[in-house]
Design a protein around this ligand. Sequence first.
Ligand code: NAP
Length: 313
Amino acid sequence: MERAPVASINLAIVGVGKIVRDQHLPAVAADGDFRLVAAASRNGRVEGIDNFDSIGTMLAAVPSIDAVSLCMPPQYRYAAAVQAIDAGKHVFLEKPPGATLSEVEDLAARAAAQGVSLFASWHSRYAPAVEAARAFLAGTRIQRMRVTWKEDVRQWHPNQDWIWQPGGLGVFDPGINALSIVTRILPRPVFATAATLEFPANRQAPIAASIRFSDAGGLDLAAEFDWRQTGRQSWDIEASTDAGTMLLAEGGATLSVDGRVVHSEPEQEYPMLYRRFAGLVRSGASDVDLAPLRHVADAFMLGQRQVVDPFDD
Ligand code: NAP
């Protein structure tokens, strides 16, 4: 028997910048569940659809929109999300889902009250080898874990002033990706026990951070985030376990155990995010896990502050 066709979800994208062009537009174009009908951005435009200067004018002009993806910097996401939820739209939040824990909790409550789906997306959780790492760790005793997320901010975030502003998270903008993986693959919750944050003398957000974590069983977990890395970039999570040493490398793309690659597949993070979002919309569910953002907030609460050399682009 042929399946009845399922109506596509009319999607609008807000905040047309780097991640929209790099990932959202190709992922949405390849996903039969979505039809991109409009975009709202102060300067950015998407060819072939209606474009608006603000989410408010877009929502008023295009009532057929079912869902919106909010891809502007995190400091400006809450106000847009409230407008979308109040208009009865399902909402996809880029990571991090907001500038504070409380505002995202408020969004989750508003979405539940309105009966719309809210998806706090964590793209790195959909990296190819993350689920394999989670399965490996589930059957082991973990002695020690080291997270090394070191990249060149000049290469990956040129001219992004928002990232250095309060709420922009600084080095935690990539670091939270590591934390989204760690909180997915570890069998038990962890908590920060100490942190050091390095702030350039002329900036409001850290350029480097180190955090120590533990859990009820005394796990030895340390994370090093640094934006001053030139040359080889590192996005690695290594764990010493009673079943061998696991290395989840390249941002979650490859899993090795004792030096042997056991899982490696092409990257499909954004196509998988949109699969997940479609599933949430179709089933009337939400997915809002605040654990990665909570760890960043804890690091800011607990962290020693060190002032380091000024940073200029
Ligand atoms: P971006 O290009 O600097 O910003 C996206 C767009 O947001 C801008 O083009 C701008 O469009 C709009 N915007 C900027 N400031 C705004 C403001 N004050 N109010 C309203 N809109 C504003 O940033 P991005 O790299 O795409 O990152 C956006 C989000 O995606 C961040 O949360 C980031 O963590 C996440 N993300 C980024 C990457 C990446 O590789 N870049 C990867 C994964 C996730 P208009 O000027 O047209 O309004």
